[in-house]
Ligand binder design. Structure first.
Ligand SMILES: Cc1cc2nc3c(=O)[nH]c(=O)nc-3n(C[C@H](O)[C@H](O)[C@H](O)COP(=O)(O)OP(=O)(O)OC[C@H]3O[C@@H](n4cnc5c(N)ncnc54)[C@H](O)[C@@H]3O)c2cc1C
Length: 395
């Protein structure tokens, strides 16, 4: 088994062969992937070394100290956090070899074609159809997706579509990799409360997908999608941040820089949130350690819940701390951003953008249901449509 000392040496060899100061950024990232130092817990040949996930920190520390470039999770978060684990778990060898390297280096951006106008929380109700051509085995997809983050920059998408309307809603779904450059894919921006259009609606008309780009068995897409969704919650709420980093760091900085704005009541609220943020940070650390032992489970939903609540409360306090200045908004120009950066802009942006945190990746109400049923073991919600064929459901 690969240990910390061996990984450190491999990282130093990579740095010696490709000095960051003189190596093109993309060449460095490709070399890092090929050396198995991209995500060490991935298999050999796919950017990893089959090493324990916890040892990634050894590699990262060496690379940071040497000033090596990294990929940018703010731009390729859906690829890294959701598509990659699903491709790894369900892709054929060819699929994994084709997609994982450019996904990790950021050469190819991914998006997630799951939600539809009539299927968000109740995702299994989705109506986008994929029909198989018996002669070629390939698929033709028609339908509409919505709220698709990064569809305007994406080269590929993870897509779920209905392949058998005669089965109950969870059973007739299949999971695909969709080519966003197919002529049948139309991406239209949806402007958000922040002024930007970070997400889109996506119209799929006669989109062709080769059967080789199906992930998992036909009709087993709901199970495959669980891998994506469990990883999504961890990926949205579980980023590693330093003590007093992220949103609470921004609010604490205002407190320190603007003594004239302080009141006793605001002080108490800041301290309460500071403690909550620290507890959430440690909980995230524990979750990451559990992940070392396997795939994320429903516990990630609790983390994402806390993340949404805290982001909204802290950004609200930051705006309040800034008093009149908090009402100013830096830029409401309609843009189609390539990345989401919570701390790169002003308080007003954080305040407005964090509203979406309790919706994206599963609403807080739905996550509470998951925690209640699957973590705490409480009685489930009634699900009257469970065994009804999808085509007979009232819509
Ligand atoms: C910033 C952002 C980015 C997003 N990016 C993507 C993306 O890239 N790809 C993608 O596919 N989707 C994306 N989404 C969509 C997101 O997954 C959905 O918005 C979400 O699942 C909720 O679905 P909905 O909007 O249809 O709301 P609905 O499901 O219609 O919910 C409406 C309200 O009813 C409540 N509710 C629904 N069911 C229950 C229940 N059983 N119990 C209690 N309350 C319930 C909800 O909590 C909510 O308050 C994004 C959303 C946002 C905000």
């Amino acid at each position: 088994m690969t240990d910390a000392a061996e990984l450190r040496q491999r990282t130093r060899d990579l740095l010696a062969e490709h000095p960051p100061a003189t190596t093109d950024r993309l060449d460095f990232l490709r070399a890092r992937f090929d050396a198995g130092l991209a995500w060490v817990h991935y298999p050999v040949g796919l950017g990893g070394l089959d090493a324990p996930r916890a040892l990634q920190a050894v590699v990262d520390a060496e690379l940071t100290a040497a000033g090596a470039p990294g990929n940018d999770p703010r731009r390729i978060g859906i690829g890294l956090g959701m598509a990659a684990p699903t491709l790894l778990a369900y892709g054929s060898d060819e699929v994994k070899a084709r997609f994982l390297r450019p996904l990790w280096t950021g050469e190819e951006v991914w998006c997630q074609l799951f939600s539809e106008p009539g299927a968000g929380s109740d995702l299994a109700a989705l109506g986008t159809r994929a029909v198989r051509d018996d002669a070629t085995g390939d698929w033709t997809v028609d339908g509409q997706k919505v709220w698709t983050s990064s569809a305007h920059t994406a080269r590929w998408a993870i897509l779920i579509a209905r392949t058998d309307p005669d089965l109950p809603k969870h059973r007739g779904i299949t999971y695909f990799v969709c080519d966003m450059t197919d002529p049948g894919v139309e991406v239209r921006p949806l402007r958000q409360i922040t002024g930007e259009a970070e997400f889109n609606e996506v119209f799929l008309t006669g989109v062709r997908i080769p059967d080789a780009h199906r992930l998992g068995e036909t009709g087993d897409g709901w199970r495959v999608a669980q891998t994506t969704l469990m990883n999504e919650r961890v990926s949205i709420g579980g980023a590693r941040i330093p003590r007093e980093g992220g949103m609470i760091g921004k609010a604490a900085a205002v407190w320190r820089d603007r003594p004239e704005l302080r009141t006793h009541a605001l002080h108490r609220r800041l301290l309460d949130l500071w403690v909550d943020a620290e507890v959430a940070r440690f909980t995230g650390e524990r979750l990451r350690q559990q992940l070392v032992a396997g795939q994320p489970g429903p516990e990630g939903s609790a983390m994402k819940l806390a993340f949404a609540r805290l982001n909204q409360a802290i950004s609200g306090l930051e705006v309040e701390l800034l008093a009149d200045d908090g009402l100013l908004y830096d830029d409401w120009t309609m843009r189609r951003p390539e990345l989401v950066d919570f701390t790169g802009r002003e308080a007003g942006y954080r305040y407005l953008r964090s509203k979406g945190n309790s919706i994206e990746g599963g609403t807080s109400e739905v996550l509470l249901n998951i925690v209640a049923e699957r973590v705490l073991g409480l009685p489930p919600e009634p699900r009257n449509d469970k065994d009804v064929p999808w085509k007979d459901l009232a819509r």
